[in-house]
Write a protein that binds this ligand. Structure first.
Ligand code: VGL
Ligand code: ZN
Length: 193
């Protein structure tokens, strides 16, 4: 497939935060592999003056998704801590729109649209097509893409810029199949022109 970036396109980068990278508290296997690839997508968007959005998990220290509160996960992405920072290697443009999610103790959100103003921001920017990559394939990427399709966006999955947690082996592949089944189109850097 060939994709010409044009007005109405936005890059949406999901949760490329230190805690999801090797050495982090909820490290996604090979999660760091998405960073150089995303940097190339960022450069392509910047060279065309197109907008970049970056979501981040932004939890309070007593978040409901943490094991201490009966949730699934070790503490991660606690707002304001080093683990919640974007990867220092991710070349986010100065004008990237940052969208924080799951910032209330009793609300979790795997989707970048969950309890945020991402949809309004995209609409205000005249966005019709979103290219989505980041972490993790089987949680926040999957749920963001589900919502993006449901909200009527044309969705491209950046297949070379996602990695899965794989709590169960195969979760990442299953998530990719689901996203494609919903209508998301898989692309890689080679498809950009
Ligand atoms: C995520 C698990 C817990 C994600 C966030 O960004 O995919 N996964 N919180
Ligand atoms: Zn989380």
């Amino acid at each position: 497939m060939s994709v010409s970036l044009a007005k109405g396109d936005a890059l949406v980068i999901i949760d490329v935060q230190n805690d999801f990278l090797p050495g982090g508290s909820l490290a996604v296997p090979r999660g760091d592999g998405v960073v150089p690839v995303l940097n190339r997508y960022i450069a392509a968007f910047q060279s065309k003056g197109l907008p970049v959005f970056a979501t981040r998990d932004w939890h309070p220290a007593d978040h409901c998704s943490f094991r201490a509160r009966g949730g699934t996960w070790p503490p991660h992405c606690v707002a304001g801590t080093p683990g919640a920072k974007f990867s220092p290697e991710l070349m986010l443009p100065a004008n990237a729109a940052i969208v924080s999610k799951a910032a209330a103790a009793d609300q979790d959100a795997y989707s970048g649209f969950g309890g945020t103003d991402l949809n309004q921001l995209l609409r205000q920017a005249g966005v019709a097509r979103v290219l989505v990559g980041g972490l993790a394939t089987d949680y926040c990427v999957l749920n963001t893409i589900r919502d993006a399709v449901g909200l009527g966006y044309t969705v491209f999955l950046l297949a070379d810029a996602v990695r899965a947690v794989n709590v169960q082996p195969g979760d990442g592949l299953k998530a990719e199949r689901e996203m494609l089944g919903l209508g998301a189109r898989p692309i890689t850097l080679q498809d950009l022109n």
